[in-house]
Unconditional design. Structure first.
Length: 116
């Protein structure tokens, strides 16, 4: 129901934009999140955006570099990643929160590799 795209290999300092398109799920009324899992590490929360787009959260390590946005008309959420660092290398996932506190609908993940 969620399809993340935009995987790629980029040099440190570069930029990349990930998209999360929804099918059979309308995300316009849902809070959405981005997560990532680096090799050998647990999945971590990266940031989130409220259903209206008015409230956004980011973990400290990406603040000022990553921007989450959404286009509800396109049923899509974006993660713009700037000033990428090698430590940003991970599989990135988008997720939707359809009911309670937890994110319960997940995309399949897309790989981002940042080279030095």
């Amino acid at each position: 129901q969620l399809q993340a795209s935009g995987r790629g290999l980029v040099q440190a300092g570069g930029s990349l934009r990930l998209s999360c398109a929804a099918s059979r799920l309308t995300v316009s009324g849902l809070d959405m999140g981005w997560f990532r899992q680096a090799p050998g590490k647990e999945r971590e929360f990266v940031g989130s955006i409220s259903w209206s787009g008015g409230i956004k959260y980011y973990i400290n390590s990406v603040k000022g570099r990553f921007i989450i946005s959404r286009d509800n008309a396109k049923n899509t959420v974006y993660l713009q990643m700037n000033s990428l660092k090698t430590e940003d290398t991970a599989v990135y996932y988008c997720a939707a929160r359809t009911g309670g506190v937890s994110y319960d609908v997940w995309g399949q993940g897309t790989l981002v590799t940042v080279s030095s």
